[in-house]
Design a protein around this ligand. Structure first.
Ligand code: AMP
Length: 485
């Protein structure tokens, strides 16, 4: 599927239709196509061939213009949300090798009044976007996704759902630096639909949020389960609020049976889908429609069946496929697997490999096939999901240790009903200043805001003189976890 051609088609056929609505502003298909071509001409004329562009913002219409402009000028884009603090952004820019960082204001200035130039085309193996995700060394790691990866994902998702051309309205709630956003924006744009985006501020104000939802005429809901769970607190969140809604597509974290069940009750006209997959394998790789029958039979819920053309295996430590019913690591192999972390051969070697001649990725997720369906059974390492955000606990620890006065730190998830609710830090200081703990904690949190996005900052801090060691001479995380229960 030629992604840009399909979007351009709508630019010609329906130039006045809304492609993207956000923060009270509407971007039409005509504007999106014309302005991205104009910006592409500028990028092609000023930047080294194929050098990626960082696009920094939060759901402004200009972000979409910049993404398409990058692609039309034959280069990848690196979406970064403004929730990321400047220090971390600098590290992402450096690691990406980008020659330019574009803000919405710059996009507006550069795209205005310019003439579109000739378009470059991406090859299957060219990078389409580079998503930065939490890395265990404290440095964010770049996951390049090729044009071929994105095409295979889109072909699958379009084949799986009967999206009506020109009729769909998709919800975008996750930031563009999180790849679940691709599940709403690209299916919308290639089918001539509209993306209705909800900003951070609108999410923070329930009144605004429900007003916006009520006006949205949504047909397709895309979010993490956490977001839907939050909406379910509002009794008015039901069919009458979203009468056109036909499907909920969930990705990024466990879909609790209660959430699926309540949604089926409150939205009798809508399907509920659970999809699973890591950023390294392009948004999602398995899916299943959650029916009443499935809810009656399974808890936890299955994550479903692999997309066609992709193999999803469960392997033991020796790399042998385990029989159905047994637990092992989930391995993904196929055209949707990234070629491997950007400029990090050390990390690539740990998790990427070749299987039957195709790219393969070790997810670090425990899984098991039962009744022909895949089930997710937790992480094998210290990566957690907090409200859908992927966090390496070691990333938070490394950033804590980098603060002046901090000798050592351990960060653990705080669970509520088995789900990560927040993070807790155990900290050893070089010297204990004569101030109360709550004040020391506030100081460390403030310093961390310069290094980490808010969702990665531990809520609770405990100051210790030393950590108990386990037999391997490492801080005994299990003992520390007991202090949290
Ligand atoms: P991310 O790269 O941010 O999309 O995070 C990928 C990880 O999120 C996976 O490796 C899983 O650990 C988890 N995950 C994604 N989707 C699901 C799902 N439907 N159910 C349970 N865990 C999920």
């Amino acid at each position: 599927m030629e992604i840009i051609e399909r979007i351009e088609h709508w630019g010609k056929m329906t130039p006045d239709r809304a492609a993207f609505i956000s923060g009270g502003r509407t971007l039409t298909y005509g504007e999106l196509c014309h302005r991205s071509s104009a910006l592409a001409a500028h990028l092609a004329g000023t930047l080294p061939e194929k050098s990626p562009v960082v696009v920094l913002g939060h759901k402004e219409p200009e972000l979409l213009i910049a993404y398409l402009a990058a692609i039309k000028s034959g280069r990848a884009y690196v979406p970064v949300d403004t929730a990321v603090p400047p220090q971390r952004i600098e590290r992402i820019v450096a690691a990406s090798g980008a020659a330019l960082t574009l803000s919405p204001e710059q996009v507006a200035g550069l795209a205005d009044g310019r003439e579109p130039g000739p378009r470059r085309r991406l090859e299957t193996d060219d990078h389409y976007y580079i998503m930065f995700t939490s890395g265990s060394t404290g440095e964010p790691k770049g996951v390049p996704i090729t044009y071929g990866c994105l095409q295979s994902f889109l072909e699958w998702i379009l084949a799986e759902h009967a999206f009506e051309e020109g009729q769909e309205v998709f919800l975008n709630v996750v930031p563009y630096s999180f790849d679940v956003s691709l599940m709403d924006t690209y299916p919308a744009l290639v089918t001539g639909g509209t993306v209705t985006s909800v900003t951070r501020d609108e999410i923070a104000s329930p009144r605004q949020l429900y007003q916006l939802l009520g006006r949205s005429a949504l047909t397709t809901w895309v979010s993490t389960p956490s977001f839907a769970q939050m909406c379910l607190v509002e009794p008015a969140f039901k069919r009458e609020l979203l009468p056109r809604l036909r499907r909920f597509l969930f990705c990024g974290e466990t879909l609790a049976p209660e959430v699926a069940s309540q949604l089926l009750d409150r939205f009798p006209d809508a399907e509920v889908w659970n999809t699973y997959g890591p950023t390294e394998a392009t948004v999602a790789t398995t899916s299943i429609r959650i029916t009443r029958d499935l809810l009656n039979r399974y808890s936890p819920l299955p994550i479903g069946y692999p997309m066609p053309g992709t193999r999803v295996l469960v392997m033991d430590e020796q790399g042998r496929e385990v029989p159905a019913g047994e637990r092992g690591e989930i391995i993904i192999s196929g055209p949707n697997v990234s070629p491997g972390y950007l400029n990090r051969p050390d990390l690539i070697e740990q998790v990427f490999f070749r299987l039957d001649g195709r790219r393969a990725y070790r997810t670090g997720d425990w899984g098991r096939y039962r009744d022909g369906m895949l089930f997710f059974e937790g992480r094998m390492d210290n990566q957690v999901k907090l409200h859908g955000y992927r966090i390496e606990l070691a990333d938070v620890e490394a950033n804590l240790r980098a603060l002046p006065g901090v000798r050592d730190a351990v960060v653990l998830p705080v669970l509520r009903q088995g789900v990560v609710d927040s993070l807790a830090a155990f900290v050893i200081l070089n010297e204990r200043p004569p101030r109360p703990d709550f004040q020391l904690a506030a100081e460390l949190k403030l310093q961390l805001t310069e290094r980490l996005p808010a969702y990665m900052i531990p809520r609770k801090f405990t100051f210790l003189e030393s950590f108990l060691m386990n037999v391997n001479g490492k801080a005994d995380r299990r003992k520390l976890a007991e202090a949290l229960t």
